[in-house]
Design a protein around this ligand. Structure first.
Ligand code: ADP
Ligand code: MG
Length: 203
Protein backbone atom coordinates (compact mmCIF):
# COMPACT_ATOMS: atom_id res chain seq x y z
CA UNK A 1 0.00 0.00 0.00
CA UNK A 2 1.47 3.32 -1.00
CA UNK A 3 1.05 6.15 1.45
CA UNK A 4 -0.68 9.11 -0.16
CA UNK A 5 -1.82 10.90 2.97
CA UNK A 6 0.22 13.63 4.63
CA UNK A 7 0.44 13.72 8.42
CA UNK A 8 0.94 17.06 10.20
CA UNK A 9 1.11 17.41 13.98
CA UNK A 10 0.99 20.36 16.36
CA UNK A 11 2.93 20.08 19.61
CA UNK A 12 4.09 22.13 22.54
CA UNK A 13 3.49 22.65 26.26
CA UNK A 14 0.05 23.42 27.74
CA UNK A 15 -1.41 26.70 26.59
CA UNK A 16 1.15 27.40 23.85
CA UNK A 17 -1.57 27.65 21.22
CA UNK A 18 -1.62 24.20 19.53
CA UNK A 19 -5.40 23.96 19.24
CA UNK A 20 -5.69 27.54 18.01
CA UNK A 21 -3.07 26.99 15.31
CA UNK A 22 -4.21 23.50 14.33
CA UNK A 23 -7.77 24.72 13.76
CA UNK A 24 -6.59 27.73 11.76
CA UNK A 25 -4.34 25.42 9.72
CA UNK A 26 -7.30 23.13 8.92
CA UNK A 27 -9.37 26.15 7.81
CA UNK A 28 -6.46 27.29 5.62
CA UNK A 29 -6.09 23.86 3.99
CA UNK A 30 -9.83 23.62 3.38
CA UNK A 31 -9.84 27.06 1.75
CA UNK A 32 -7.16 25.75 -0.61
CA UNK A 33 -9.38 22.81 -1.49
CA UNK A 34 -7.50 20.07 0.38
CA UNK A 35 -9.33 17.21 1.99
CA UNK A 36 -8.44 17.22 5.68
CA UNK A 37 -9.11 15.17 8.79
CA UNK A 38 -8.58 16.51 12.29
CA UNK A 39 -7.51 14.38 15.25
CA UNK A 40 -7.20 15.36 18.85
CA UNK A 41 -5.21 13.01 21.02
CA UNK A 42 -6.33 11.28 23.14
CA UNK A 43 -10.02 11.12 22.39
CA UNK A 44 -10.91 10.58 18.77
CA UNK A 45 -12.14 7.00 19.26
CA UNK A 46 -14.78 5.64 21.65
CA UNK A 47 -12.18 4.25 24.07
CA UNK A 48 -9.98 7.31 23.55
CA UNK A 49 -12.80 9.60 24.69
CA UNK A 50 -13.23 7.60 27.89
CA UNK A 51 -9.49 7.57 28.51
CA UNK A 52 -9.28 11.30 27.90
CA UNK A 53 -11.77 11.89 30.72
CA UNK A 54 -9.71 9.75 33.08
CA UNK A 55 -6.41 11.31 32.05
CA UNK A 56 -7.60 14.89 32.30
CA UNK A 57 -9.38 14.46 35.64
CA UNK A 58 -6.95 16.48 37.72
CA UNK A 59 -7.82 14.91 41.04
CA UNK A 60 -7.04 11.39 39.96
CA UNK A 61 -3.65 10.15 41.05
CA UNK A 62 -2.12 8.06 38.24
CA UNK A 63 1.38 6.61 38.27
CA UNK A 64 3.57 7.75 35.34
CA UNK A 65 3.76 4.28 33.81
CA UNK A 66 0.00 3.77 34.11
CA UNK A 67 -0.50 7.15 32.46
CA UNK A 68 1.80 6.11 29.61
CA UNK A 69 -0.17 2.91 29.03
CA UNK A 70 -3.48 4.78 28.94
CA UNK A 71 -2.19 7.25 26.37
CA UNK A 72 -0.76 4.41 24.30
CA UNK A 73 -4.01 2.43 24.51
CA UNK A 74 -5.84 5.43 23.07
CA UNK A 75 -3.18 5.80 20.38
CA UNK A 76 -3.38 2.12 19.43
CA UNK A 77 -7.14 2.45 18.90
CA UNK A 78 -6.73 5.64 16.90
CA UNK A 79 -3.91 4.43 14.65
CA UNK A 80 -5.44 1.04 13.91
CA UNK A 81 -9.06 2.09 13.49
CA UNK A 82 -8.86 5.60 12.05
CA UNK A 83 -5.41 6.38 10.68
CA UNK A 84 -4.38 3.24 8.82
CA UNK A 85 -7.60 3.07 6.75
CA UNK A 86 -7.01 6.51 5.23
CA UNK A 87 -3.27 6.42 4.53
CA UNK A 88 -3.79 5.45 0.89
CA UNK A 89 -6.11 8.41 0.30
CA UNK A 90 -5.07 11.86 -0.75
CA UNK A 91 -5.87 13.59 2.50
CA UNK A 92 -4.04 15.74 5.04
CA UNK A 93 -4.30 14.41 8.58
CA UNK A 94 -3.89 17.16 11.16
CA UNK A 95 -3.08 16.16 14.74
CA UNK A 96 -3.52 18.29 17.85
CA UNK A 97 -0.85 16.36 19.81
CA UNK A 98 0.57 13.01 18.71
CA UNK A 99 3.64 10.87 19.37
CA UNK A 100 5.95 13.71 20.44
CA UNK A 101 3.65 14.61 23.34
CA UNK A 102 4.31 11.18 24.81
CA UNK A 103 8.05 11.49 24.35
CA UNK A 104 8.11 15.00 25.81
CA UNK A 105 5.67 14.53 28.75
CA UNK A 106 6.06 10.89 29.76
CA UNK A 107 9.68 10.57 28.61
CA UNK A 108 11.43 13.87 29.32
CA UNK A 109 8.82 15.13 31.81
CA UNK A 110 8.05 12.03 33.92
CA UNK A 111 11.37 10.31 33.31
CA UNK A 112 10.09 7.10 31.71
CA UNK A 113 12.70 5.35 29.55
CA UNK A 114 12.78 6.86 26.06
CA UNK A 115 13.71 3.41 24.76
CA UNK A 116 10.58 1.86 26.22
CA UNK A 117 8.41 4.56 24.64
CA UNK A 118 10.18 4.13 21.31
CA UNK A 119 9.71 0.36 21.37
CA UNK A 120 6.03 0.59 22.20
CA UNK A 121 5.55 3.25 19.55
CA UNK A 122 7.20 1.08 16.93
CA UNK A 123 4.72 -1.73 17.69
CA UNK A 124 1.70 0.59 17.59
CA UNK A 125 2.73 2.83 14.71
CA UNK A 126 4.42 0.46 12.32
CA UNK A 127 6.33 3.29 10.69
CA UNK A 128 3.51 5.84 10.75
CA UNK A 129 5.01 9.15 11.88
CA UNK A 130 4.16 12.75 11.05
CA UNK A 131 5.65 14.12 7.84
CA UNK A 132 5.98 17.49 9.52
CA UNK A 133 5.57 18.60 13.13
CA UNK A 134 5.19 22.14 14.41
CA UNK A 135 6.30 22.70 18.00
CA UNK A 136 5.05 26.04 19.28
CA UNK A 137 7.68 27.21 21.73
CA UNK A 138 7.42 29.69 24.58
CA UNK A 139 8.72 29.83 28.16
CA UNK A 140 6.36 28.05 30.54
CA UNK A 141 6.25 31.11 32.80
CA UNK A 142 4.58 33.06 29.96
CA UNK A 143 1.75 30.57 29.55
CA UNK A 144 -0.50 31.07 32.52
CA UNK A 145 -3.13 28.46 31.77
CA UNK A 146 -2.21 26.03 34.53
CA UNK A 147 -2.14 28.40 37.45
CA UNK A 148 -2.47 26.63 40.78
CA UNK A 149 -3.89 28.31 43.84
CA UNK A 150 -0.64 28.56 45.73
CA UNK A 151 2.75 29.76 44.55
CA UNK A 152 4.26 26.39 45.40
CA UNK A 153 2.02 24.50 42.97
CA UNK A 154 2.52 27.14 40.31
CA UNK A 155 6.29 26.88 40.71
CA UNK A 156 6.16 23.07 40.46
CA UNK A 157 3.95 23.23 37.41
CA UNK A 158 6.25 25.71 35.65
CA UNK A 159 9.28 23.53 36.43
CA UNK A 160 7.55 20.46 34.96
CA UNK A 161 6.41 22.33 31.84
CA UNK A 162 9.96 23.59 31.34
CA UNK A 163 11.26 20.00 31.43
CA UNK A 164 8.68 19.05 28.82
CA UNK A 165 9.67 22.08 26.78
CA UNK A 166 13.32 21.02 26.85
CA UNK A 167 12.13 17.58 25.72
CA UNK A 168 10.46 19.07 22.67
CA UNK A 169 13.61 21.05 21.86
CA UNK A 170 15.66 17.87 22.14
CA UNK A 171 13.29 16.01 19.79
CA UNK A 172 13.64 18.85 17.27
CA UNK A 173 17.42 18.68 17.62
CA UNK A 174 17.35 14.94 16.88
CA UNK A 175 14.94 15.20 13.96
CA UNK A 176 15.43 18.65 12.41
CA UNK A 177 13.92 17.63 9.08
CA UNK A 178 10.58 16.64 10.54
CA UNK A 179 10.27 18.78 13.66
CA UNK A 180 10.09 22.57 13.31
CA UNK A 181 10.29 24.89 16.28
CA UNK A 182 7.98 27.87 15.94
CA UNK A 183 8.66 30.78 18.23
CA UNK A 184 5.31 31.83 19.65
CA UNK A 185 4.37 35.38 18.69
CA UNK A 186 0.86 36.76 18.29
CA UNK A 187 -1.69 34.29 16.90
CA UNK A 188 -1.20 35.78 13.42
CA UNK A 189 2.59 35.92 13.55
CA UNK A 190 2.70 32.33 14.74
CA UNK A 191 0.40 31.21 11.97
CA UNK A 192 2.46 33.01 9.35
CA UNK A 193 5.60 31.17 10.47
CA UNK A 194 3.74 27.88 10.24
CA UNK A 195 2.33 28.71 6.83
CA UNK A 196 5.78 29.59 5.50
CA UNK A 197 7.33 26.32 6.71
CA UNK A 198 4.35 24.37 5.39
CA UNK A 199 4.72 25.91 1.93
CA UNK A 200 8.44 25.11 1.88
CA UNK A 201 7.64 21.54 2.89
CA UNK A 202 4.72 21.00 0.58
CA UNK A 203 5.99 22.61 -2.61
N1 ADP B 1 -0.06 33.24 19.95
C1 ADP B 1 -0.93 33.53 20.93
N2 ADP B 1 -0.86 34.68 21.60
C2 ADP B 1 -1.74 34.97 22.60
N3 ADP B 1 -2.73 34.13 23.01
C3 ADP B 1 -2.86 32.96 22.38
C4 ADP B 1 -1.96 32.58 21.32
N4 ADP B 1 -2.31 31.35 20.88
C5 ADP B 1 -3.36 30.98 21.64
N5 ADP B 1 -3.70 31.94 22.51
C6 ADP B 1 -4.75 31.86 23.55
O1 ADP B 1 -4.19 31.07 24.61
C7 ADP B 1 -5.13 30.14 25.11
C8 ADP B 1 -4.61 28.70 24.92
O2 ADP B 1 -4.55 28.40 23.54
P1 ADP B 1 -4.78 26.91 22.99
O3 ADP B 1 -4.76 26.98 21.51
O4 ADP B 1 -5.99 26.30 23.63
O5 ADP B 1 -3.46 26.21 23.56
P2 ADP B 1 -3.12 24.65 23.67
O6 ADP B 1 -4.05 23.91 22.76
O7 ADP B 1 -1.69 24.56 23.23
O8 ADP B 1 -3.26 24.30 25.11
C9 ADP B 1 -6.42 30.41 24.37
O9 ADP B 1 -7.21 31.26 25.15
C10 ADP B 1 -5.98 31.10 23.09
O10 ADP B 1 -6.95 31.96 22.57
MG1 MG C 1 -5.37 22.35 23.14
Amino acid sequence: MKKKATIVSFEGIDGCGKSTQAKQFVRYLKSKGFKTLFFKEPGTTALGKKLRKILLAKKQDILPLSELFLYLAARNELVTKKIKPCLNKKVILVFDRFIDSTIAYQGYGRGISLNLIENMHSVILNGIIPDITFVIDAPASELRKVIGKDADRLEKSIKFQEMVRRGYLKIAENEPKRVKIIKRGSINETFQSIQKLWQEFFE
